[in-house]
Design a protein around this ligand. Structure first.
Ligand code: BEZ
Length: 211
């Protein structure tokens, strides 16, 4: 199944390291960072799981629940978590889905057969509190994800929802934002009383208060 931005994140019920979850119930009211891994006890995945755990306060600040997935058993995951905690200097507390039958991996198109017939690639789904998919990224098995980018894009999505603006290249919180092209200058006067800079009629930059 091909999932696209704006689709409702498919629901599933499955065992995790924190007990069984029904995804939509578990996610209710939160953003979700859902990310897959090729396998337990592998080096890149160990660093990614560790980094996610170290960033727990950052995810919590943004009302984001991390949810990992790999296609091994709960027991294997639990043994691996001990290694993650030991080597990455953390205490991992978010759930990891045990998707032994590839049920969720298939629903979320996490198996890319020309990369591996059986292991999931490094998929990322950012899902909003309405359970809509807001971002999809896919990394190959040999390259770990950039967690600064994951936090940045969550900040950008939350900012664009809150302020009805858009974020330019390499935007980070505190930078100017873009007034959306569908907002007329007339309407912009009301929405952005602080004013803006017109670089081109279609490129108007304004500053907003950080939350
Ligand atoms: C890793 O997590 O280190 C890894 C997993 C599968 C293939 C290559 C690397």
């Amino acid at each position: 199944m091909t999932l696209r931005i704006g689709d409702t994140a498919p629901d599933f019920t499955i065992d995790t390291t924190e007990g069984p979850i029904k995804f939509h119930d578990w996610a209710k009211g939160s953003w979700v960072f859902f990310f897959s891994h090729p396998a337990d006890y592998t080096p890149v995945c160990t660093t990614e799981m560790g980094r996610t755990s170290q960033l727990a306060p950052e995810f919590e600040k943004r009302n984001v629940k991390p949810l990992g997935l790999s296609t091994d058993s709960v027991d294997a995951h639990k043994g691996w978590i001990n290694d993650i905690n030991e080597t990455q200097n953390t205490v991992l507390e978010f759930p990891i889905v045990a998707d032994k039958e590839l049920e969720v991996a298939q629903k979320y198109d996490m198996i890319h057969p020309n990369e591996s017939a059986t292991a999931t690639v490094r998929s990322v789904f950012i899902i909003d509190p309405n359970q809509k998919i807001r971002l999809i990224m896919t990394y190959p098995m040999t390259v770990g994800r950039n967690f600064n980018e994951i936090l940045r894009v969550i900040d950008a999505l939350q900012t664009t929802d809150r302020e009805e603006v858009a974020c330019p290249a390499d935007w980070t919180p505190g930078d100017s934002v873009i007034i959306r092209p569908n907002v007329s200058d007339e309407d912009a006067k009301e929405k952005f009383p602080q004013g803006w800079k017109t670089v081109k009629p279609y490129l108007r930059l304004t500053d907003i208060k950080e939350r």
